[in-house]
Design a protein around this ligand. Structure first.
Ligand SMILES: [Zn+2]
Length: 262
């Protein structure tokens, strides 16, 4: 296997005064998750931490105005592409339904296609993702990196986030929404004063995944009902570019029609 060497493993885009989107561009698009840094007046938050191919914290701290400030690591859910660096943070928050999974990840724990169940691969193809090569990485983070040594570490939660709780950064306060369907303990974060919703994998502008372990179309329908009732105007998803309310309603209608026809 010959993979090119990446110039930079992470890529950051400033979204607004306090918000930065970070991705790992050399991960296959299927597992290329959005990581959201919000720098608050009292403390910072990182929502999701990618695959954990290389240490994330040094890069993240290099982006922060005050790397010495307290930072809360919030996991929207515990799939491999969202909890890669949880062990690099002192404050680790997750929904109770996925706390065990974050402490001891039991799902996919490899960069190799050969370790992914055939049924799962078929689900991704059916959903509309391009086929995966030999590995989930399409470049090496540095010369000599051995993908065989990849491990998802996980780490126990230091606190739990349930529906109705708040994540308080000082000048930004987010309401925690329980959004199951894609995973049992999936959460979103909604900021009332700006209408910004961090929806994670409950809704993004790409193929949604709703068939697999821990997934439920019935729960997904209830999650969509909740999202429709929410006055969200800007939606930052767990994958793919951000979108507005009109697009959110379009995506929801597409999947509801798909499920109704099944
Ligand atoms: Zn996911």
């Amino acid at each position: 296997m010959t993979l090119p060497i990446a110039d930079q493993w992470f890529q950051a885009t400033k979204v607004d005064a306090d918000t930065t989107l970070i991705i790992e561009p050399h991960i296959h698009v299927l597992e290329q998750a959005n990581m959201w840094l919000v720098e608050g007046s009292e403390r910072d938050m990182i929502l999701d931490t990618g695959m954990g191919v290389i240490p994330f914290r040094p890069y993240l701290d290099s982006l922060r105005k005050d790397p010495g400030k307290e930072i809360m690591c919030v996991s929207s859910h515990t799939h491999i592409d969202h909890i890669g660096a949880v062990h690099e943070f002192d404050i680790r928050l997750v929904h109770p339904a996925e706390a065990d999974e974050m402490a001891h990840p039991s799902g996919l724990n490899s960069l190799f296609r050969r370790d992914m169940p055939e049924r799962l691969l078929q689900t991704f193809l059916d959903a509309g993702y391009p086929p995966i090569g030999e590995t989930l990485i399409e470049a090496l983070p540095y010369e000599g990196y051995d993908p065989e040594n990849y491990r998802l570490h996980g780490a126990p939660a230091t606190g739990l986030l349930s529906h109705g709780d708040h994540v308080d950064l000082g000048n930004h306060v987010y309401q925690v929404l329980h959004l199951p369907g894609h995973s049992p303990g999936g959460i979103g974060l909604f900021e009332e004063k700006t209408g910004i919703l961090f929806a994670a994998d409950a809704i993004y502008d790409g193929p949604l995944i709703y068939e697999g372990p821990g997934m439920s179309v019935d729960d997904y329908r209830a999650t969509f009902d909740l999202l429709k009732s929410l006055p969200a105007t800007t939606i930052h998803g767990g994958h793919d570019p951000s979108f507005d309310r009109a697009r959110m309603l379009e995506i929801i209608a597409h999947y509801e029609a798909l499920w109704d026809a099944a």
